[in-house]
Write a protein that binds this ligand. Sequence first.
Ligand code: FMN
Length: 240
Amino acid sequence: MSIIKQAIITAGVAFSFLLVGCQNSGPSEGTSNSTNDNSEKGVPSGSQDSTLPLEETEYGRGAESDGEDTNAQEEPTRIISDDANSIIIYFSRSGNTQNLARMIYNEAGGDMLELTVANPYPSDYEQAVERADNERDNQEYPEINTDIPDLSQYDTVYLGYQTWSMTLSNPMISFLMDHGSNFSGKTIYPFSTNAGYGEGDTIERIKELTPDASVATSFSIQDEELLDNQDKVNTWLNDN
Ligand SMILES: Cc1cc2nc3c(=O)[nH]c(=O)nc-3n(C[C@H](O)[C@H](O)[C@H](O)COP(=O)(O)O)c2cc1C
Protein backbone atom coordinates (compact mmCIF):
# COMPACT_ATOMS: atom_id res chain seq x y z
CA MET A 1 0.00 0.00 0.00
CA SER A 2 1.65 3.20 -1.09
CA ILE A 3 1.81 6.18 1.14
CA ILE A 4 3.14 9.69 0.63
CA LYS A 5 4.66 11.16 3.68
CA GLN A 6 4.65 14.91 3.42
CA ALA A 7 6.28 15.55 6.69
CA ILE A 8 8.78 13.75 8.84
CA ILE A 9 8.55 13.93 12.57
CA THR A 10 11.92 14.78 14.02
CA ALA A 11 12.93 13.09 17.21
CA GLY A 12 14.77 16.03 18.68
CA VAL A 13 12.35 16.66 21.50
CA ALA A 14 11.02 13.17 21.95
CA PHE A 15 11.29 11.43 25.28
CA SER A 16 9.31 8.25 25.25
CA PHE A 17 6.84 7.78 28.08
CA LEU A 18 8.34 10.50 30.25
CA LEU A 19 6.25 13.17 31.86
CA VAL A 20 7.36 16.17 33.81
CA GLY A 21 4.75 16.85 36.44
CA CYS A 22 3.38 20.27 37.15
CA GLN A 23 0.61 21.66 39.22
CA ASN A 24 -2.79 20.20 38.63
CA SER A 25 -5.62 21.43 40.73
CA GLY A 26 -8.41 19.69 38.86
CA PRO A 27 -10.29 16.79 40.36
CA SER A 28 -9.04 13.36 39.48
CA GLU A 29 -11.72 12.42 37.04
CA GLY A 30 -9.78 9.98 34.96
CA THR A 31 -10.72 8.60 31.62
CA SER A 32 -14.19 9.23 30.41
CA ASN A 33 -16.01 7.87 27.44
CA SER A 34 -19.34 9.11 26.24
CA THR A 35 -21.50 7.44 23.67
CA ASN A 36 -23.19 9.90 21.41
CA ASP A 37 -24.65 7.69 18.76
CA ASN A 38 -24.29 4.20 17.47
CA SER A 39 -22.50 4.91 14.24
CA GLU A 40 -20.31 2.20 12.86
CA LYS A 41 -16.65 3.00 12.97
CA GLY A 42 -14.80 2.74 9.69
CA VAL A 43 -11.74 0.55 9.82
CA PRO A 44 -8.69 2.69 9.10
CA SER A 45 -7.02 1.67 5.88
CA GLY A 46 -4.01 3.92 5.92
CA SER A 47 -0.79 1.99 6.13
CA GLN A 48 1.61 2.76 8.91
CA ASP A 49 5.30 2.12 8.63
CA SER A 50 6.44 3.99 11.70
CA THR A 51 5.37 4.97 15.16
CA LEU A 52 5.41 8.50 16.43
CA PRO A 53 7.20 9.25 19.69
CA LEU A 54 5.40 10.52 22.75
CA GLU A 55 6.84 13.69 24.17
CA GLU A 56 7.56 15.29 27.48
CA THR A 57 4.70 17.63 28.38
CA GLU A 58 3.42 19.79 31.13
CA TYR A 59 -0.13 19.16 32.14
CA GLY A 60 -2.97 20.49 34.17
CA ARG A 61 -3.85 24.05 35.03
CA GLY A 62 -0.76 26.17 34.72
CA ALA A 63 0.82 24.08 31.98
CA GLU A 64 3.18 26.18 29.94
CA SER A 65 3.68 25.63 26.25
CA ASP A 66 6.75 26.46 24.23
CA GLY A 67 4.96 29.49 22.82
CA GLU A 68 4.87 27.90 19.39
CA ASP A 69 2.11 25.51 20.28
CA THR A 70 3.72 22.10 19.98
CA ASN A 71 6.02 23.06 17.18
CA ALA A 72 9.04 24.96 18.33
CA GLN A 73 11.39 22.09 17.56
CA GLU A 74 9.58 20.38 14.73
CA GLU A 75 7.36 20.85 11.74
CA PRO A 76 3.64 20.34 12.30
CA THR A 77 2.68 16.74 11.72
CA ARG A 78 1.31 16.15 8.24
CA ILE A 79 0.92 12.61 6.97
CA ILE A 80 -1.31 12.50 3.92
CA SER A 81 -1.64 9.41 1.71
CA ASP A 82 -3.55 8.63 -1.46
CA ASP A 83 -5.60 5.82 -0.04
CA ALA A 84 -6.24 6.11 3.69
CA ASN A 85 -9.91 6.25 4.61
CA SER A 86 -9.27 7.71 8.06
CA ILE A 87 -7.46 10.79 9.26
CA ILE A 88 -6.54 12.14 12.67
CA ILE A 89 -6.95 15.93 12.77
CA TYR A 90 -5.92 17.70 15.95
CA PHE A 91 -4.72 20.87 17.61
CA SER A 92 -2.48 20.90 20.68
CA ARG A 93 -1.11 23.91 22.55
CA SER A 94 1.01 22.17 25.18
CA GLY A 95 1.45 18.69 23.73
CA ASN A 96 -1.02 16.55 25.60
CA THR A 97 -3.54 16.20 22.82
CA GLN A 98 -0.68 15.60 20.42
CA ASN A 99 0.43 12.68 22.57
CA LEU A 100 -3.09 11.28 22.51
CA ALA A 101 -3.23 11.77 18.74
CA ARG A 102 0.03 9.86 18.44
CA MET A 103 -1.22 7.06 20.68
CA ILE A 104 -4.19 6.74 18.32
CA TYR A 105 -1.97 6.87 15.25
CA ASN A 106 0.42 4.28 16.63
CA GLU A 107 -2.49 1.93 17.18
CA ALA A 108 -4.78 2.68 14.25
CA GLY A 109 -2.64 4.26 11.54
CA GLY A 110 -4.32 6.31 8.83
CA ASP A 111 -3.40 9.84 7.90
CA MET A 112 -2.69 12.65 10.29
CA LEU A 113 -2.91 16.44 10.23
CA GLU A 114 -1.85 18.81 12.97
CA LEU A 115 -3.61 22.16 12.96
CA THR A 116 -1.68 25.27 13.91
CA VAL A 117 -2.75 28.85 14.45
CA ALA A 118 -1.17 31.80 12.70
CA ASN A 119 -0.53 33.52 16.01
CA PRO A 120 0.40 30.84 18.57
CA TYR A 121 -0.95 31.07 22.08
CA PRO A 122 1.39 32.36 24.79
CA SER A 123 3.49 29.86 26.69
CA ASP A 124 2.18 31.31 29.95
CA TYR A 125 -1.00 29.56 31.00
CA GLU A 126 -2.81 32.56 32.43
CA GLN A 127 -2.01 34.66 29.39
CA ALA A 128 -3.30 31.88 27.18
CA VAL A 129 -6.51 31.71 29.21
CA GLU A 130 -6.93 35.47 28.99
CA ARG A 131 -6.49 35.48 25.24
CA ALA A 132 -8.82 32.52 24.80
CA ASP A 133 -11.48 34.18 26.94
CA ASN A 134 -11.22 37.40 24.96
CA GLU A 135 -11.51 35.53 21.68
CA ARG A 136 -14.56 33.67 22.88
CA ASP A 137 -16.20 36.78 24.37
CA ASN A 138 -15.70 38.62 21.09
CA GLN A 139 -16.44 35.61 18.87
CA GLU A 140 -13.11 36.24 17.15
CA TYR A 141 -11.57 32.84 16.83
CA PRO A 142 -7.94 32.34 15.74
CA GLU A 143 -6.80 31.97 12.18
CA ILE A 144 -5.76 28.43 11.31
CA ASN A 145 -2.67 28.55 9.12
CA THR A 146 -2.64 24.88 8.13
CA ASP A 147 -3.16 23.99 4.49
CA ILE A 148 -6.23 21.75 4.73
CA PRO A 149 -6.11 18.90 2.20
CA ASP A 150 -9.08 17.57 0.26
CA LEU A 151 -10.94 15.56 2.89
CA SER A 152 -13.25 13.73 0.50
CA GLN A 153 -11.32 10.43 0.65
CA TYR A 154 -11.88 10.01 4.38
CA ASP A 155 -14.85 8.18 5.88
CA THR A 156 -13.56 8.49 9.42
CA VAL A 157 -12.15 11.56 11.13
CA TYR A 158 -10.58 11.32 14.54
CA LEU A 159 -10.91 14.88 15.81
CA GLY A 160 -8.56 15.91 18.61
CA TYR A 161 -8.79 18.97 20.80
CA GLN A 162 -8.66 20.07 24.45
CA THR A 163 -11.30 21.38 26.81
CA TRP A 164 -11.08 25.14 27.15
CA SER A 165 -13.50 26.80 29.57
CA MET A 166 -15.51 23.60 29.50
CA THR A 167 -16.13 23.86 25.80
CA LEU A 168 -14.32 23.25 22.52
CA SER A 169 -10.93 24.95 22.31
CA ASN A 170 -10.91 28.02 20.12
CA PRO A 171 -8.69 26.65 17.33
CA MET A 172 -10.99 23.67 16.88
CA ILE A 173 -13.97 26.02 16.73
CA SER A 174 -12.16 27.95 13.98
CA PHE A 175 -11.40 24.78 12.06
CA LEU A 176 -14.96 23.48 12.24
CA MET A 177 -16.48 26.87 11.42
CA ASP A 178 -14.38 26.86 8.24
CA HIS A 179 -14.56 23.18 7.31
CA GLY A 180 -17.35 21.53 9.30
CA SER A 181 -19.70 21.72 6.35
CA ASN A 182 -17.30 19.43 4.44
CA PHE A 183 -17.88 16.56 6.84
CA SER A 184 -21.05 15.34 5.19
CA GLY A 185 -21.32 11.55 5.39
CA LYS A 186 -18.24 11.18 7.55
CA THR A 187 -18.10 9.71 11.02
CA ILE A 188 -16.27 11.85 13.56
CA TYR A 189 -14.60 10.24 16.54
CA PRO A 190 -13.89 13.05 19.00
CA PHE A 191 -10.92 12.69 21.32
CA SER A 192 -9.70 15.19 23.85
CA THR A 193 -7.59 15.91 26.89
CA ASN A 194 -8.54 18.01 29.87
CA ALA A 195 -7.17 19.06 33.25
CA GLY A 196 -9.62 16.96 35.19
CA TYR A 197 -12.98 18.52 34.46
CA GLY A 198 -13.96 16.41 31.49
CA GLU A 199 -15.06 17.24 27.98
CA GLY A 200 -17.75 19.80 28.88
CA ASP A 201 -20.16 20.56 26.05
CA THR A 202 -17.61 19.81 23.34
CA ILE A 203 -19.65 17.07 21.71
CA GLU A 204 -22.70 19.29 21.39
CA ARG A 205 -20.54 22.00 19.80
CA ILE A 206 -19.04 19.54 17.35
CA LYS A 207 -22.51 18.37 16.35
CA GLU A 208 -23.60 21.97 15.80
CA LEU A 209 -20.57 22.70 13.63
CA THR A 210 -20.73 19.47 11.59
CA PRO A 211 -24.46 19.10 11.01
CA ASP A 212 -24.13 16.50 8.24
CA ALA A 213 -21.66 14.21 9.99
CA SER A 214 -22.21 11.37 12.42
CA VAL A 215 -20.57 12.01 15.75
CA ALA A 216 -19.69 8.76 17.41
CA THR A 217 -18.35 7.67 20.75
CA SER A 218 -15.85 10.12 22.16
CA PHE A 219 -12.79 9.60 24.31
CA SER A 220 -11.63 12.19 26.81
CA ILE A 221 -8.93 11.78 29.40
CA GLN A 222 -7.26 13.88 32.05
CA ASP A 223 -3.90 14.94 30.67
CA GLU A 224 -2.02 13.76 33.76
CA GLU A 225 -3.25 10.22 33.26
CA LEU A 226 -2.81 9.96 29.54
CA LEU A 227 0.44 8.10 29.11
CA ASP A 228 -0.53 5.39 31.58
CA ASN A 229 -3.64 4.56 29.63
CA GLN A 230 -2.75 3.31 26.16
CA ASP A 231 -5.00 0.34 26.97
CA LYS A 232 -8.02 2.61 27.36
CA VAL A 233 -7.21 4.29 24.07
CA ASN A 234 -7.00 0.89 22.42
CA THR A 235 -10.28 -0.23 23.96
CA TRP A 236 -11.99 2.87 22.60
CA LEU A 237 -10.50 2.28 19.18
CA ASN A 238 -11.34 -1.39 19.06
CA ASP A 239 -14.74 -1.54 20.73
CA ASN A 240 -16.61 1.30 19.14
C1 FMN B 1 -7.15 28.45 27.74
C2 FMN B 1 -7.26 27.16 28.52
C3 FMN B 1 -8.49 26.82 29.09
C4 FMN B 1 -8.62 25.58 29.75
N1 FMN B 1 -9.85 25.26 30.29
C5 FMN B 1 -10.01 24.04 30.86
C6 FMN B 1 -11.27 23.63 31.36
O1 FMN B 1 -12.27 24.35 31.30
N2 FMN B 1 -11.39 22.38 31.90
C7 FMN B 1 -10.32 21.53 31.99
O2 FMN B 1 -10.47 20.41 32.48
N3 FMN B 1 -9.09 21.90 31.51
C8 FMN B 1 -8.92 23.11 30.94
N4 FMN B 1 -7.70 23.47 30.43
C9 FMN B 1 -6.60 22.51 30.50
C10 FMN B 1 -6.41 21.75 29.19
O3 FMN B 1 -7.63 21.27 28.69
C11 FMN B 1 -5.50 20.56 29.38
O4 FMN B 1 -4.30 20.90 30.05
C12 FMN B 1 -5.19 19.89 28.05
O5 FMN B 1 -4.58 18.64 28.28
C13 FMN B 1 -4.28 20.73 27.19
O6 FMN B 1 -4.09 20.09 25.97
P1 FMN B 1 -2.88 20.42 25.02
O7 FMN B 1 -1.60 20.15 25.82
O8 FMN B 1 -3.05 19.48 23.88
O9 FMN B 1 -2.99 21.84 24.62
C14 FMN B 1 -7.53 24.70 29.82
C15 FMN B 1 -6.30 25.07 29.27
C16 FMN B 1 -6.17 26.29 28.62
C17 FMN B 1 -4.84 26.68 28.03
